[in-house]
Ligand binder design. Structure first.
Ligand SMILES: Cc1cc2nc3c(=O)[nH]c(=O)nc-3n(C[C@H](O)[C@H](O)[C@H](O)COP(=O)(O)OP(=O)(O)OC[C@H]3O[C@@H](n4cnc5c(N)ncnc54)[C@H](O)[C@@H]3O)c2cc1C
Length: 438
């Protein structure tokens, strides 16, 4: 049976959630001609503040190879933090005690890397993609033909399979592995994180860009040379609007392994606490200035980080079960390696291509899901563990932080070479397909 013959709504892929994983999957399915339906609990695309900014790097090779190339070509100009210079995505590590840059990564020719404004990136992913809003999944039921998804408003939708792209609190994952296991394996990370964004003036922005990095940076400082713990200060450009008096929107977040109960309830108290951590650790330089000049009244957020490695039940699950997880629903990690969203999109690109083979009748569902999980489960487990370790290391002693910086740089360069090879293979495959079609 061809995809066209199969294209009735009961045969669709039901996708729960409209985050990065879901929307990337929908782009792949749409381009591959597979019917899909997305259901999102939020009332509209603007219901929730869509975070700040993200680095999109290793996932882009797979995404580019599986979605509409005409749309893909507009990614940078439509979603980069600075649309005028979409390729400016370099990252640097800073010695917070001296204010000096200690390592930079970026500027790798041949492989796309973008620092994207999360709201614009989601809007770009959503272009041409249908989403049904205000639909919160309550539970699913596996039937002989596929799945039934029941929503909290009492409505039911039918599909061939259901994909849980519903994030850290995934209802699909909760039902799949059981509530008890779900609660046991979703763990809070002990770090305390305070964050905010505000519009800064051109002079401060110039200092940050010239002495540190144009896109984003992580600065680490500790009260003494041999202190056991460090404080981590992360900052990134989010947006540019040259018509404003202060034309650059920057986010900063400061994190600390503080075992004391938090004593901040208001924005003012959170800002005071952040400045106290900053000054006690002896930060200096333009990033110190960025935090210290935060206007009173700025909305300050206390982030609660959670982690969940792909559950062992997923290894033994029947592969023809029409229930699959992607993104944070499958693996939730801390943001200290800037990878969660990349893994979400990598999952979706791979799963989308495998599902296309199933819908074209080239593979059984069992084979398609098996290939997907064989790659995604070990990759997801490693990513959760590595991100946990990175969170610990950037808050440890200066010597450990330095060793991590060198190891990270080497790992990024190794991955860059792998991705460059993958990109070349993809290009060779495309040109040999073109010449055989000619
Ligand atoms: C501060 C911070 C910085 C980060 N920086 C980076 C970075 O630089 N690079 C990177 O790669 N990653 C980064 N990440 C991680 C990245 O944001 C996540 O991994 C990514 O957003 C996960 O996407 P997702 O689609 O799986 O989940 P989500 O984006 O959480 O989407 C899930 C969607 O499902 C919906 N939903 C939930 N339950 C239901 C339900 N029952 N019914 C219907 N809909 C439902 C939700 O409303 C939501 O829209 C960062 C994370 C944080 C917190």
């Amino acid at each position: 049976m061809t995809i066209k013959e199969n294209n009735n709504t009961k045969n669709s892929v039901i996708i729960i959630g409209a985050g990065l994983a879901s929307l990337a999957l929908a782009n792949v399915l749409k381009y591959q001609g597979v019917p899909y339906k997305i259901f999102e609990r939020e009332k509209s695309p603007d219901d929730r503040t869509q975070g700040w900014s993200l680095s999109m790097h290793f996932c882009l090779v797979s995404l580019k190879a599986s979605m509409d190339p005409v749309k893909y070509a507009t990614l940078g100009e439509k979603s980069a933090v600075d649309p005028e210079f979409p390729q400016k995505a370099d990252f640097c590590m800073v010695n917070g005690n001296t204010g000096e840059r200690v390592a930079s990564v970026g500027g790798y020719p041949g492989v796309d890397v973008f620092r994207v404004n999360r709201k614009r990136f989601r809007a770009w992913l959503m272009e041409g993609i249908d989403v049904t809003w205000n639909k919160r999944l309550e539970h699913y039921k596996v039937t002989e033909e596929g799945v039934e998804a029941t929503f909290t408003d009492g409505t039911v939708e039918y599909g061939r399979l259901i994909v849980g792209a519903d994030g850290v609190n995934s209802q699909v994952c909760r039902q799949l592995i059981g509530a008890e296991e779900f609660n046991k394996t979703t763990t809070p990370n002990p770090l305390r994180v305070l964050a905010c964004s505000y519009w800064v003036n051109s002079e401060l922005r110039r200092q940050i860009e010239e002495s540190l990095a144009p896109a984003h940076m992580m600065s680490i400082a500790s009260s003494t040379e041999d202190a056991e713990h460090s404080i981590c200060l992360f900052s990134s450009l989010i947006d540019v609007d040259k018509s404003r008096e202060n034309p650059y929107e920057m986010v900063w977040s400061i994190s600390n392994l503080d075992e004391n109960e938090p004593h901040y309830e208001t924005d003012q108290e959170r800002l005071k606490q952040a400045k106290e951590w900053l000054n006690n650790a002896g930060f200096t330089g333009p990033l110190h200035q960025l935090v210290m000049e935060t206007p009173e009244g700025t909305n300050m957020v206390a982030l609660q980080l959670r982690e969940r490695s792909p559950h062992s039940k997923l290894d033994t699950l029947q592969r023809d079960l029409p229930v699959v997880l992607v993104g944070d629903a499958l693996h939730t990690m801390t943001m200290y390696r800037g990878e969660g969203g990349n893994h979400a999109i990598e999952d979706s690109s791979l799963l989308g291509m495998e599902l296309a083979k199933f819908y074209k009748g080239e593979k059984s569902l069992e084979e398609a899901v098996d290939i997907y999980y064989k790659e995604a489960l070990p990759r997801g487990r490693k990513a959760v563990a590595d991100s946990h370790e990175a969170a610990k290391t950037v808050h440890s002693s200066r010597a450990k932080v330095l060793a991590m910086i060198n190891a990270t740089k080497a790992a990024i360069e190794k991955r860059y070479i792998e991705k460059l090879n993958q990109e070349e293979n993809n290009n060779n495959n495309t040109s040999s397909a073109d010449s055989s079609n000619a």
